[in-house]
Design a protein around this ligand. Structure first.
Ligand code: HPA
Length: 266
């Protein structure tokens, strides 16, 4: 960890990010026009390289709406084969760099039949069905408790801010529960039925490990899903990653609009 922090600090000098943003599949464009320092994951000691199409694999340090931010253009997924502790490592790094608020985004399938592709959803809570918890292992008490409370991972005041701003900007913003599966296969129709019965509104393969760890180490978390497709069995069509990335790209204007206005308010 010290090597990671030393390397990053050498690149960013005395810049101290206060907001962290994780960009999901197809949503990476958000950071393209940011001026600032770009640090590739492959050059950072302790980071893995990002292997998924639609993920750039770099940290971008710069200002967004006058706020000091670090943006993850691409993230690690459990299905890439990394140990779960590697997936959440960048969140711990962000904490050590001074980040107080973490905005986590993703592409997700809709479990809730009212949702349509292109809708955005603010995450109110999650269900961890990945089969693993990122806090398993020795606890670093300097970061958080052994048995951390998870009763409000997604900060209610941030959810309300997002809902209010979406209304002001005429953006359709659903609110719902995100279920995380390990992937990389998409779900079966029976699994989607199960998730609906459990109370999930959207399903994806990310976000939960990062949100859980961010909450554990005392950050405020906002989660936003871009609904890119109906989950398996909701409509007769087959699922593809290309469709996920293409729909996320179509929603990017409202996504960016919402993100920027939320950051302005934080
Ligand atoms: N299932 C799981 N993950 C996803 C989906 C989906 O339908 N769409 C985008 N990410």
């Amino acid at each position: 960890m010290q090597d990671t922090i030393d390397y990053i600090k050498k690149q960013i000098k005395d810049f101290t990010p206060e907001i962290g943003i994780i960009l999901g599949s197809g949503l990476g464009d958000f950071a393209d026009n940011m001026t600032g320092v770009r640090v590739k994951y492959q050059d950072i000691p302790g980071f893995e390289k990002s292997t998924v199409a639609g993920h750039k694999g770099q940290l971008v340090f710069g200002e967004v709406e006058g706020k000091r931010a670090v943006v993850m253009q691409g993230r690690y997924h459990y299905y890439e084969g990394y140990h779960i502790s590697r997936i959440v490592y960048p969140v711990k790094v962000m904490k050590k760099l001074g980040v107080k608020t973490l905005i986590i985004t993703n592409a997700a399938g809709s479990v809730n039949k009212k949702y349509k592709a292109g809708d955005l959803m603010v995450i109110t809570d999650h269900i961890n069905l990945m089969g693993v918890n990122p806090l398993i292992g020795e606890n670093d008490a300097s970061l958080g408790d052994r048995f951390p409370d998870m009763s409000e991972i997604y900060k209610e005041s941030l959810i309300n801010t997002a809902l209010q701003l979406a209304k002001e900007h005429n953006i359709i913003l659903r609110q719902g529960v995100y279920a995380a599966m390990s992937g990389p296969s998409y779900e079966t129709p029976a699994e989607i039925n199960m998730l609906r019965i459990m109370g999930a509104d959207a399903v994806g393969m990310s976000t939960v490990p990062e949100a859980l760890v961010a909450n554990y180490c005392g950050m405020e978390v906002l989660g936003i899903s871009c609904i890119t497709n109906s989950a398996a069995g909701v409509h007769p069509s087959r699922l593809s990653h290309a469709e996920v990335v293409a729909t996320a790209a179509k929603a990017k204007d409202s996504f960016k609009n919402l993100l920027v206005s939320v950051i302005r308010r934080i």
